[in-house]
Design a protein around this ligand. Structure first.
Ligand SMILES: [Zn+2]
Length: 558
């Protein structure tokens, strides 16, 4: 498709917050050619193009600024802390928890040790984001046996490798030397337009020290490129310092609340003028996709009376996210001249933004990325001439299109990926035993001749020479645990303790367990659980089906 037009209600998210009750978005190649009321004359070149009625509201594609995609085959962790005080107070605590190792790090190491699973995992986790309206997300890093690293190329825009000279690449990993040396750290920040780094995850003094460390060696070390992920421990004065240096932050409320029982003081961040983006963090301790995280953000905003409007919250997932990436001239709103990243969301509501907050994945009727229809109802995709894999979302037929894939994208279908991964996760004990066996040595000569074998780079849990958070020193001590110093997963003991696991369903609407697991989470308040049931349009079941908890959390009172 090179030229087409989409008709529906249009929420442009432009500076004037223009909303057209019945508008048309004209797409030419990868760009939006025009946005106009349906009865206005078609722009030049579109005389013969009949607008396709999307039967819903058009929004800019959602941009998520934080996700550890590779791990999203594994579903929500029923957070536990070995029976003691349930809340964690900083991020160096939970990676040592036994159930974290048997549920996440262990299985991920096993899955990533099977080269044929790379395509299945990348296809699957990318679809999880895509089906939630996401058109740009953090990337998946692959590493080869020859020591090369590259980004996974797929359907959704990758903020870390855009392949588009007008969209600067964001960085999300810092060399482990630069992560510990103030001068090298600042030099690294200066090299990127946007540096997404975990910052002050947790509520205690140790979490706050990560921020103190940034400024202790050099008060100007915070650069405009810094986008701090989480920032839970930051105080109003810290956000003022961030704002002074034009730095920004990424909010992941559900993950923060699940682990720490508290989230970032986004009210103070906003009052200081810090731009805020949104990200689900990962399926293991967060929302399944950005659509879910928008529901959480709205519920937390209402309960904590933070004073954000619906428009502010949608901005975090569209134009403000684009601004943080320095992409706002090209993405983040539906405006002529911008890249054609557009989603169509169904569902009746007088209030246009309400449509997005109420939507689940079955309401995403169409997703266009860079002018390519990638996912949508069979009717819309057919009208737009986009063929592909037939799938079901919430029982309704959808088409997933791989047309115009970048060279190097995986060729596996979502159906096959789902089959492979659900089988492997079910067989996890046997696979763990296999993975623990010593491998036959390959001669150096044979290794040189073989094509590079790619695997997922599990930078978060394995030493790989890069870090996802700074570890600058305060008073001579490095802040926080690095991946290098983290205790290694159970390794040899793993086959004995690992259990068969469930593949996390690709959508909320096809996951009968998600919301009831939320209801069992020990660190979430009852009021938030009640609000999330309402936001997801579900009623609590009499007895939530979930993993057994020693002391079940109180049920929401609906
Ligand atoms: Zn994270």
């Amino acid at each position: 498709v090179s030229r087409f037009a989409l008709r529906g209600r249009v929420v442009t998210m432009d500076a004037a917050f223009t909303t057209l009750d019945d508008g048309v978005v004209y797409v030419d190649g990868n760009l939006i050619a025009a946005v106009s009321p349906h009865d206005a004359p078609a722009p030049q070149g579109f005389a013969g193009v009949t607008p396709v009625d999307v039967g819903g509201t058009l929004f800019p594609g959602l941009i998520e600024l934080h996700n550890h995609l590779a791990y999203n085959v594994i579903g929500l962790w029923l957070v536990d802390r070995n029976g003691v005080d349930k809340r964690y107070s900083n991020r160096d605590q939970w990676p040592r928890n036994a159930s974290y190792q048997t549920n996440l790090t262990g299985p991920m190491k096993v899955l990533s040790s099977i080269p044929s699973h790379v395509a299945a995992i990348t296809r699957y986790v990318e679809c999880k984001a895509l089906f939630g309206g996401v058109t740009a997300t953090q990337g998946i890093t692959l590493s080869s046996n020859a020591g090369i690293r590259k980004f996974f190329i797929g359907l959704v825009r990758n903020v870390e490798e855009t392949l588009d000279p007008e969209l600067p690449d964001a960085k999300a990993k810092i060399g482990d030397v630069a992560s510990k040396d103030a001068k090298a750290f600042r030099a690294a920040l200066l090299k990127a337009k946007c540096y997404l780094l975990h910052l002050s995850e947790g509520t205690d003094a140790a979490a706050h020290q990560h921020f103190e460390a940034l400024t202790s060696a050099d008060p100007d070390a915070i650069e405009a490129s810094l986008a701090g992920i989480h920032c839970v421990a930051l105080k109003a004065a810290d956000f003022k310092a961030m704002a002074q240096h034009k730095a920004s932050m990424v909010w992941s409320p559900l993950s923060n609340l699940l682990l720490y029982g508290e989230t970032a003081d986004v009210k103070a961040a906003r009052n200081a003028g810090v731009p805020i983006g949104l990200g689900p963090d990962w399926a293991y301790s967060g929302s399944k996709n950005l659509l879910g995280e928008l529901k959480v953000a709205r519920a937390v905003n209402a309960l904590q009376k933070l004073g954000f409007s619906d428009r502010d919250l949608v901005r975090m997932a569209t134009i403000d996210a684009a601004r943080i990436l320095r992409w706002d001239q090209h993405l983040g709103s539906i405006e002529a001249g911008k890249r054609a990243d557009v989603i169509a969301v169904g569902g009746p509501s007088a209030d246009p933004l309400e449509v997005l907050f109420k939507a689940d994945e079955s309401d995403i009727r169409l997703s266009v990325i860079d002018g390519n229809p990638r996912f949508g109802t069979t009717a819309l995709m057919t009208k737009l001439g986009a063929a592909g894999e037939s799938i079901k979302v919430g029982g309704a037929a959808r088409v997933l299109s791989f047309t115009n894939d970048q060279p190097g994208a995986p060729s596996i279908s979502l159906t096959d990926a789902t089959q492979i991964l659900s089988t492997s996760l079910k067989n996890m004990p046997a696979l763990a035993k296999e993975a623990a066996k010593p491998k036959p040595a390959i001669s150096a000569l044979a290794a040189m001749d073989a094509p590079p074998q790619w695997r997922l780079a599990l930078d978060e849990i394995e030493p790989s020479g890069v870090e996802i958070r700074p570890h600058l020193p305060v008073e001579g001590h490095f802040t926080g645990m690095t991946v290098m110093s983290a205790p290694l997963a159970l390794a040899a003991a793993l086959p004995a303790v690992i259990k068969p696991l469930r593949l996390d369903p690709v959508t909320f609407v096809d996951d009968p367990e998600y919301i009831d697991t939320i209801a069992l989470e020990p660190n979430l308040g009852d009021d938030l659980k009640t609000a999330l049931y309402a936001a997801y349009g579900r009623k609590p079941t009499a007895k939530p089906k979930g993993k057994k908890q020693p002391k079940p959390a109180a049920q929401p009172n609906v």
